[in-house]
Ligand binder design. Structure first.
Ligand code: ATP
Ligand code: MG
Length: 180
């Protein structure tokens, strides 16, 4: 499984449709300060279901919608689509490609889609559950988070290592089974 493409429209500084494709392996995004590099990683977090405006470096969720510039009027909707290559079927669905879309209007109304079909956030979380992706994993380490990791207490650092090693998903399952 790997990130195949990302499409942003009306998301943060990306007023127009911006489409980027990726190959397996390492990709580096470079650009001047303020050009939108972190906005791209925010878009990945957001489409995977992030619900905290603060995690997305904003005050309110509406801050993800392009708010206008000297040359452009604000837009009314933000949309991000992330396409995962699933030829190896790491994600437990029959599709060789999984496109996850999140759309949000200024009214606060949100829509989620899997391969263009409307779904619930929970359906996306279910698909991502065992993949190491998703908002509560450490697949995205933002600026500042590295500092937090270095300063963290040993138990917190252990939780990070367990997540990376794939142990925490078994712990979660064990806890869930114990509750039943
Ligand atoms: P640095 O190298 O400093 O980390 P960066 O490339 O990561 O910079 P970002 O933080 O991604 O930059 O982008 C910041 C820019 O995005 C700012 O100019 C900010 O005004 C703009 N921006 C953020 N949210 C919105 C929004 N909702 N509407 C319009 N522009 C926005
Ligand atoms: Mg940045």
């Amino acid at each position: 499984m790997y990130l195949k493409s990302l499409t942003l429209k009306g998301f943060k500084s990306f007023a127009d449709r911006a489409h980027m494709t990726f190959e397996p392996g390492l990709t580096v995004i470079v650009g001047p300060n303020g050009s939108g590099k972190s906005n791209i990683s925010d878009a990945i977090l957001w489409v995977l279901g992030e619900q905290s405006a603060k995690q997305l470096r904003g005050q309110a969720m509406e801050d993800v919608i392009f708010s206008g510039s000297s040359a452009r009027k604000p837009v009314g909707v933000a949309e991000v689509t992330l396409v995962l290559d699933n030829a190896d079927h790491v994600l437990p669905v029959d599709f060789d490609e999984v496109a996850i879309t999140r759309r949000m209007y200024r009214s606060g109304e949100s829509e989620y889609l899997i391969n263009q079909s409307p779904c619930r956030l929970m359906d996306i979380q279910d698909i991502l559950h065992d993949s190491g992706l998703g908002k509560d994993t450490h697949s995205i380490i933002s600026q500042g988070k590295l500092d937090a990791i270095l300063q963290s207490r040993p138990e917190e650092r252990r939780a990070l290592i367990e997540e990376a090693a794939g142990i925490s998903k078994h712990k979660r399952r064990k806890e869930r089974a114990a509750k039943k």
